[in-house]
Design a binder for this molecule. Structure first.
Ligand code: ZN
Length: 292
């Protein structure tokens, strides 16, 4: 029950227009700041987020990459404590990457950058939002401000991030934000090669789909993203919110001895299909609301 309630709250916070940015930033689900014991997921990928908000550490012998930051400086501190609990040094985090420029995934970047000295990499189209510290594009939830962060490297489609034995590849999957970035990598887990996808969010989340003046291609972008995600070979889908991939349930299975708890080669395509259906419904609702 407790979990269902928090999931419902997360859905409400992200999906329903509220009275401006402050309401959302100030009324976050408790799970977003609730600590959870960090753990190894597959290969050299570790979960270092809170119970409800993902953050992923991809470790290597030459330093680590951290994906997403929590919602605030406090969220960053929680992630830092998790990294240290796993036995890693903060100074070995070399690159900070981000699924997208929304406060719940980027609000801790400035703090993490200050504490680790790592470089921030971001897609060229999300760079301005990160450096301003606010959402880009017309959104019924407003601009949802967060601490701005200087981007050290802005990139486009197909950017590779090589660190030590790791190779991450950026796939632009815009819509949810204009620079939404899905990262992929391959790991070896118990001798098995696995394709891992860190998918960017695909929910509508208050985005104006009809007559968006600052983000005119938003509908076409969402559609291209749904198609791209369905076609992306993925054995392990690692999303940016717990409820998008039932991460707590998978963790439970893993603790019970299931070594395949995170492996599901059809999950990303199913997730993209479900997101598309929700998108179509919201688009129809917004179109109906604009009828004279
Ligand atoms: Zn978002």
């Amino acid at each position: 029950m407790k979990r269902a309630a928090s999931v419902l709250l997360a859905v409400l916070v992200l999906a329903i227009p509220l009275a401006g940015a402050t309401a959302i930033v100030d009324n976050q689900p408790a799970s977003w700041s609730k600590p959870i014991r960090p753990y190894r997921v597959v290969g050299n990928i570790y979960y270092v987020g809170s119970e409800g908000l993902s953050a992923w550490l991809i470790s290597s012998s030459e330093g680590h990459v951290l994906l997403d930051s929590g919602a605030s400086a406090a969220g960053a501190k929680l992630i830092e404590a998790n990294i240290q609990t796993l036995g890693f040094r903060l100074s070995d985090v070399k690159v900070l990457i981000n699924t997208h420029a929304h406060f719940d995934h980027a609000g801790g970047l400035a703090q993490l950058k200050a504490d680790t000295g790592a470089k921030v990499w971001a897609s060229r189209l999300d760079e301005p939002a990160l450096e301003k510290g606010q959402h880009f594009g017309d959104n019924d939830n407003g601009l949802t401000p967060f601490p701005a962060v200087k981007v050290d490297k802005a990139f486009g489609e197909g950017q590779k991030l090589k660190l030590g034995e790791n190779l991450l590849v950026a796939h632009l999957t815009p819509g949810h934000t204009i620079g939404c970035t899905t990262w992929t990598t391959q790991v070896i887990d118990r001798g098995r090669p696995l394709n891992v996808t860190f998918n960017c969010s695909t929910s509508v989340a208050g985005n104006v789909l009809v007559g968006n003046k600052t983000y005119k291609t938003i509908v076409a972008d969402y559609r291209a993203t749904f198609a791209a995600l369905k076609a992306l070979p993925t054995d392990v889908m690692l999303p940016s919110h717990e409820e998008q991939g039932d991460l707590l349930a998978k963790r439970k299975k893993m603790l019970a001895g299931d070594i395949n708890a995170y492996i599901d080669p059809t999950e990303l395509a199913r997730y993209a299909t479900a997101s598309e259906a929700a998108f179509d419904k919201d688009l129809a609702r917004q179109q109906a609301a604009r009828q004279p």
